[in-house]
Design a protein around this ligand. Structure first.
Ligand SMILES: [Zn+2]
Ligand SMILES: [Zn+2]
Length: 267
């Protein structure tokens, strides 16, 4: 079984830890190297055990720890060419560990297999990942999502666990204090996913077999964990998925993002 934690999640920094047997990897490394090291210690491991880092996109909340991590550790960093080109302008150390990929790629990491898919966002490139273990468990990751495409849905269909963006409550954003240009950016086709749009995606995915969701990348200004949770919870309940598990990632603490094997019997 795959075990995953969102180590921290949101515009302040993002990092997901994924473990399967002896294989341990990270998806993104935001905040600082020290934050990543401390968060890994909180789940009983360390950077020395991480065999690869997979990057979604080049926004600082996903990569700000990579420079120091690259200086201290020789862990391969899997990243798409457009994002690497962008980072390379200001980085000294990331290039030495970078493994450059085209946008849609497949990569093995120990007993895990990752395949990337395109996510529309206002970065030079953004990808999500479908992660499959050699014993058939699955985890999908999709954040920083301006809107949901057929490719995203199809890439996540049948994943047992899914970490998905539930960024903002539309009313909180529209009537909040952000400047108009920022509101337009977030609400655009290349911005971030609202609680409402997330709730519709989780129902679609629950119908295709997902039993465990973790809502991630919540806005601190324009959302609350309760608003995100109840929007998707109510939608799942209404669609008849009362037993599908729903969790919410924290901006600062590790939160388990995968269901134990026993949970399959409950569903
Ligand atoms: Zn982003
Ligand atoms: Zn982000």
């Amino acid at each position: 079984m795959i075990t995953a934690y969102t180590l921290f999640s949101g515009s302040g920094g993002n990092c997901i830890y994924v473990k399967h047997g002896k294989t341990e990897i990270l998806i993104d490394a935001g905040k600082s190297a020290l934050s990543v090291e401390k968060s890994l210690a909180s789940v009983g491991t360390s950077m020395e055990n991480i065999s690869a880092i997979f990057v979604t996109h080049e926004h600082s909340d996903h990569i700000s720890a990579l420079e120091i991590i690259s200086k201290k550790y020789s862990v391969p960093i899997h990243i798409t060419s457009p994002s690497l080109d962008f980072i390379s302008r200001s980085s000294k150390y990331i290039q030495k560990n970078a493994v450059e990929h085209c946008v849609k790629y497949e990569q093995n990491a120990g007993s895990l297999h990752l395949s990337s898919f395109v996510i529309p966002h206002d970065s030079v490139q953004n990808v999500g990942y479908r992660i499959t273990s050699d014993d058939g468990d699955t985890l999908g990751i999709a954040t920083d999502m301006g809107h949901v495409t057929d490719e995203i849905k199809e890439s996540l269909f049948g994943c047992r666990n899914v970490i998905v963006e539930s960024n903002h409550d539309k009313d909180m954003l529209i009537f909040g204090k952000y400047p108009d240009f920022l509101k337009s950016r977030i609400l655009s086709e290349n911005g971030h996913l609202s609680n409402e749009d997330c709730s519709s995606l989780v129902c679609t995915l629950a119908d295709k077999g997902t039993i465990n969701f973790t809502l991630a990348h919540l806005s601190r200004e324009n959302n609350t964990p309760e608003a995100a949770f109840f929007t998707s919870r109510n939608a799942l309940d209404k669609c008849g998925f009362k037993n599908v598990y729903l969790g919410v990632a924290s901006p600062c603490c590790a939160v388990i993002a995968t269901a134990p094997a026993a949970y399959d019997k409950v569903i």
